[in-house]
Design a binder for this molecule. Sequence first.
Ligand SMILES: C[S@@+](CC[C@H](N)C(=O)[O-])C[C@H]1O[C@@H](n2cnc3c(N)ncnc32)[C@H](O)[C@@H]1O
Length: 316
Amino acid sequence: MAIHNKSHYNHALMSLNKNRRDNTLKHKTAKDFTKPDKSMLCLSIMDCCDFLKLLPNESIQLICIDPPYNLELAGWDIYDNYIDWAAKWIDEAYRVLSRTGNMVVFGGIQFRDIKSGDLIDIIHHVRKNTKFKLINTIIWRYRNGMSAHRYFANRHEEVIWLTKSNDYYFDLDSVREPYSQKDLETALKDKRLNPENTIKGKNPTNVWEINRLNGNSKERVGHPTQKPLEIIERIVKALSYPGSVVLDFFAGSGTVGRVCIEEGRHCLMCDNDPKSKTYFNKHIELMRNLGQNTAYTEVQNIKNLFSMLSNEAVNV
Ligand SMILES: C[S@@+](CC[C@H](N)C(=O)[O-])C[C@H]1O[C@@H](n2cnc3c(N)ncnc32)[C@H](O)[C@@H]1O
């Protein structure tokens, strides 16, 4: 489906639409794209619903969000009726996601009352009120966590992957896990498996064992619910392609933005807490200390990012 919103930066969108018509993304992988010299990043401090209204239709390849769930974990958990509020950004997310795009939502199953929310509320809304397709529910399993005495200690969180169509981009090759030598030899003898794929590694499945960040983790930048780089890297690599636009409208510390710099994606981020900028600068400092490439172009607003992208497309 082409982008119809005539009021928004048409020039950029016309070339994006043309690319979509010419190339179906369904069978492509990262190898079919060139990484941009520098990622473009925008981090706006504002309410997510106001931010989403500024985005053109079908302009985003990957939405990766870790929303608040009103669990009174922090000052930002403050909504009266969770799903009424969440419905606003879910519907806007559907509008801005491209036809081949992917949306990933972190969460958990922890219903308390109408004021709090969880992933079940979100899945229910998505099923009943939107055309999103649920491709996978990923179990994020971790070995570290709080102890408990009145219930079994929690050691997993769920992550849902939604798409707008069956033509979604999915680069399994970029996130395959290597077989051990012994398992590889066994797998190569298995007639049901394609040896070409077997050599590339195995499908990481929908159960991901990745530890949460401990208080003293070297990745920590100070945000209370910061996500590990490893999990965001897997999502960004598999569900977006180099040079595409990734959106996180509950950016927190900006972990998604950091991964976008590493992986050559452009990134739009928003958070209503001004501390986000400080956390993000800390991410950049940590990258620099690790000798990683930290060069990116800071873009002031959404309009600038799409007009710079359209200039690139014209100059190719
Ligand atoms: C769970 S945290 C995200 C953490 C992030 N994934 C990371 O790795 O650092 C959720 C974030 O949503 C932000 N937030 C809450 N309500 C918001 C709203 N209405 N608009 C924008 N951001 C909001 C909070 O300030 C918080 O930083």
